[in-house]
Design a protein around this ligand. Structure first.
Ligand code: PMP
Length: 286
């Protein structure tokens, strides 16, 4: 089955979809994105992603390509056309193109470009990776200072994933001034006793949609939540650790820089939060 994608108002077979070579998303990474997961053919936390998209666009003075209702309709249509039961919807909005390359932004009348496509991921919820748990390494965080804006500047996170792979691990946690910021594509946490520790929201990290939901659920489950900076050494000595993201939900972490956490298998808190997050997400999916 050929995938149907969405480009600037049209639903097209993926090999017929086109974007200008002058598009600022392509030339300057002048673009923002969102990834929304799909379970049972329904969108998880669409509202959260739509609100964050609007915030990213506002922070960069970029025009909204369409209304929230239209965005929802496009998401739903792509899920339906591509028969996605479990998977992801990727959305990217760029500042568009006025037909040349220039550091100066094009005029405000230049329409943004909008692209959406689906990724079919059967077994996303029952992922073997989550059953096994992830090994992470620490790397220096050398990204720009506005990580709260979800831009497509993903070269360094991508390099971080490759560094992890090369080291025999699954992912990397980034460290700035001695403190963990976040994972290459997820928010980072450790658990000690009844306490869950994660870095507070600021411009230093992405304000994860999954983070907000998981912290709310953890609070309801009577965990103590401490939003503060933490070091790799502290995380290494924790009972367990995990990450959250829309594409991997709650992912247990079983090793940090070669140090095994607990018995080297996913911890009970991460497993429980994953189960409850999936259960609640399925209930509120649209
Ligand atoms: N931090 C970074 C750097 C990310 O790329 C992501 C995933 N896009 C997250 C955190 C998690 O955010 P969310 O839960 O909204 O997917």
């Amino acid at each position: 089955m050929t995938r149907t994608v969405y480009v600037n108002g049209d639903y097209l077979p993926e090999d017929e979809a086109k974007i200008s070579i002058f598009d600022r998303g392509f030339l300057m990474a002048d673009a923002v994105y969102e990834v929304t997961s799909v379970l049972d053919g329904k969108l998880i936390d669409f509202e959260g992603h739509a609100v964050r998209l609007k915030r990213s666009l506002d922070e960069l003075d970029m025009a909204e390509p369409c209304s929230k209702d239209e965005l929802l309709e496009i998401h739903r249509k792509l899920v339906e056309l591509n028969e996605i039961d479990e998977g992801l919807v990727y959305l990217q909005v760029t500042r568009g193109s006025d037909g040349d390359r220039d550091f100066v932004f094009p005029s405000a009348e230049t329409p943004p470009s909008i692209v959406l496509f689906t990724q079919n991921k059967p077994g996303l919820a029952d992922s073997p990776a989550a059953q096994k748990g992830a090994k992470v390494i620490s790397i220096e965080d050398i990204r720009w200072g506005r990580r709260d804006i979800k831009t497509v500047q993903l070269l360094y996170p991508s390099m971080g994933k490759m560094m992890a792979k090369k080291a025999g691990a699954d992912d990397a946690w980034m460290v700035e001034d001695g403190f963990v910021t976040e994972g290459t594509s997820n928010n980072a946490y450790f658990v000690k006793g009844n306490k869950i520790v994660t870095r507070p929201l600021s411009n230093d990290i992405l304000h994860g949609i999954t983070r907000a939901a998981v912290l709310r659920l953890a609070d309801e489950l009577q965990f103590e939540i401490e939003e503060r900076k933490f070091t790799i050494d502290e995380a290494k000595q924790a009972d367990e650790a995990f990450t959250t993201s829309a594409s991997a939900f709650v992912m247990p972490v079983i090793e940090i820089d070669g140090a095994q956490l607990g018995d080297g298998t996913p911890g009970p808190v991460a497993k429980r939060l994953r189960e409850i997050y999936l259960e609640e997400s399925r209930k509120t999916a649209i």
